[in-house]
Design a binder for this molecule. Structure first.
Ligand SMILES: [Zn+2]
Length: 184
């Protein structure tokens, strides 16, 4: 029995960055952009708001970049405040490094198991697909997907009834598979 689960974002992750106004460490992307033109050089920022005081932070998308080296499609999306663009840009490790931010996915994702109808099979193979690189604990994910406690999942791993070619301890943010034996 092969099942596919999906880890899907439900909203934008929070942005971890210290606020200069109130020392809070969380911002929320506003979904809006600002583009500045100085002759042929453009700057573009993604605007984020402090979750505590509402202060605006500008995250650099690009700076002092010649207009001709920017894809017109990107420029249009920036000008239109394209709702999907903030999510795409926050996924970009280069942008995160440049702005010295990290992401807090907290409750900004859900696990879609496609129903738990077949969990009475002897052996199930589960393929977990990530729609975005969201760091989650596989143990937590498996517990949620199978309706078990985390302690029960840990026990199944110890007993060799839950096996994977991937490390199930710690966090994963990319596709993985596991097999659950002697279930039910
Ligand atoms: Zn603040």
């Amino acid at each position: 029995m092969l099942k596919t689960w999906a880890v899907v974002p439900t909203c934008l992750p929070l942005i971890l960055r210290r606020c200069h106004a109130c020392a809070s460490e969380r911002f929320r992307a506003s979904g809006k952009f600002r583009v500045n033109a100085n002759h042929k050089l453009l700057d573009a920022w993604l605007l984020a708001l402090c979750t505590a005081c509402g202060e605006t932070a500008k995250l650099t998308v690009f700076e002092r970049t010649n207009v001709r080296s920017i894809a017109p499609e990107l420029l249009n999306r920036l000008h239109d405040n394209d709702p999907g663009l903030a999510a795409e840009l926050l996924q970009d490790p280069v942008l995160r490094r440049r702005n010295r931010i990290a992401l807090d996915w907290g409750d900004a994702w859900r696990l879609d198991t496609g129903g738990s109808d077949d969990l009475d099979s002897e052996v199930i193979d589960v393929s977990v697909r990530f729609a975005a690189r969201i760091p989650v604990r596989p143990v937590r994910l498996i517990a949620e997907g199978c309706g078990l406690s985390r302690a029960e999942v840990e026990r199944l791993i110890k007993e060799g009834k839950l096996v994977s070619a991937f490390r199930l301890s710690g966090k994963l943010s990319g596709d993985f598979t596991f097999t659950l034996k002697c279930w039910g």
